[in-house]
Design a protein around this ligand. Sequence first.
Ligand code: SF4
Length: 705
Amino acid sequence: MNKKLNNVYKSTCCYCGIGCGVEITVEKNQLISVAGDTQHPVNQGKLCSKGMNLQYTVNDRSDRLLYPEMRYHRSAPLQRVSWDDAMERTAAVFRALIAKYGPDSVAFYASGQCLTEEYYILNKLVKGFIGTNNIDTNSRLCMSSAVAAYKKTLGEDSVPICYDDIEIADCFLVTGANPAWCHPILWRRVEAHKAKNPATKIIVIDPRVTDTCALADLHLQINPGTDIVLNYALGRLLIEQGDMDLDFIEHHTEGYAQYKERVFERTLLESAAICGVAAEDIELAASYIGESKGFLSMWTMGLNQSVVGVNKNLSLIALNLITGKIGKPGSGPFSLTGQPNAMGGREVGGLANLLPAHRDMDNKTHRDELQQFWSGTIISGKPGLTATEMFEALADGRLKAIWILCTNPLTSMPNVRLVEKALHKAKFVVVQEISNKPQTLAFADVILPAAAWAEKEGTMTNSERRISHLHKAIDPPGEARPDAEIFSLFAEKMGFKGFAYQTPQDIYKEHVQLTVGTSITVQGLDYTLIDSLNTVQWPFNVDKKKGTARLFADNKFHTVSGRAQLHSPPVQYLSEMPDLNFPFILTTGRIRDQWHTMSKTGKVSKLNQHIQNAFLEIHPSDAVSLDLRDGQLANIYSLRGEVRVRARVSNSIKPGVVFLPMHWGKILGSDLNRANNLTNDLVDPISKEPDFKFCAVRVEKHIKR
Ligand code: SF4
């Protein structure tokens, strides 16, 4: 039973998208412990280092924002104000800007950590009442390439598999992901499965040797950016080996002839040379996939965060489609979500190009349905500004005001110096936050203190479409309020009707109503039912009172023709390429015990002990050529900025490639740890996801002058 028992509250970990269940024990409004929920289907009681240290993060309230603050011009000091004054002024400024410049002059930048109810109310407010689609979230930096690729291939932004497929699969292709560090509890399941079934094959594709490779039967250490070439080489070999499922291709897909033509454009040897791996290894990988009964392709940022992220996704999903390994036990494409509720956000339309319940923004009937349901304003069919576009528009004056909540763009955005310039230029900045640490606060005209995880109630959806109910365990400190409540207040000040919710469940019920008749229906679901079912996967069958573990078991896809679409885009290299001035390729990523920009994990000394400082991973041959030794300071330059960190000389990375962790921001006045000083704000033209995994840099040994 997923409900409060004495002083124990059930919830879900607020870090990665795996969605581990936790039990929070509380005494005197303080978390005593956070333990893995032994009855939870995802983790059966286990937690990774981040999850098991959650109580330290929540209990340390030394950095919490406690009351609203405001200033009338940037050089003035912030002053404590009442909620009423803060919301009154914010609404007055938004009304004035909208009246003068139109609704597209304001924007909201939110987070994949928001609860579904918070996402819902914000989308309703912005798209349904303010009349702009300028609401995007940091999920744009994370999963939007996978969203676009699912839609193009399967007709719907739907992860088709369930975690139980792990124990059925006999071949895993893990590409552009390090789940041993970034999705640890899920990876423990893969490890246990492999231990019991040693014949299970694990292929890892990554330019770096990571901890995930320790379990691999085969590691293809490709050159960064060559994923599509490799996926096409695998496709060609599967066809040559006769391992495709012709019946499935003929009856349930479209585009095979073009796909076949595309993958035969290049010989195996040519592909191997481009990717920088042995042709025999690609053949071995293809034989593992071809001989498998259950084939799971798992990926995350290494594919998504690219200027060709959607095409990388399409070329990978094609491997499941040509082998017919989708919709069957143990098989399917499986994107690993980086944030705890990026999925829930997408269900309620939480990106600038989405509408609730997977309705299409360019479909007038869908927009009209929503307008009628909300009794709001005309919903625009024009996609809103995406994450990077918002800051570009602030910088060039098209956008006048931005409301940032639960995210830290001055560490996490690419080419972060542009973001700084943009915030300087903004006419009005609202920051809704739990912590006094994010650098965005320095630019805020209004600061709104928000309730944190465990201090509010709502739902989240994990990477396998599993909805869980998070119970409120403790009260927020000071005057901090749940995000949904803050938006209700703002809506009231703006004069909008339909936001007087009494409880989070009232908001959830409205979301449920909007899903009725759609492919993601959760009709009939409420908090009590979620609790009694101990989480549930959408779509929910109201008659059977049961969720759906696996999608497309009937081979009916949600495309116009009902067939899955095989896409075969040309291979393109659109990233910033190295040259004589900037000869190295920089790739960025995560480390085991930190999450995002460290505003939560960075508070826990145990987690900080794993890796204490940002570092530059560089191959020994490159270090020798630069006269750089392990532990020495290195300066790294790109066209956009500079970073100075200590070198970690390691064979784990290919020559010509360097790696920086993405977590560190400004520390003690210095921002030289911040990887995003260097990264490029080029984006994928379809998903608008930035190219965090590829830009050109120069490395020099730091010489003290
Ligand atoms: Fe939390 Fe993810 Fe670790 Fe599970 S695997 S405990 S959801 S961070």
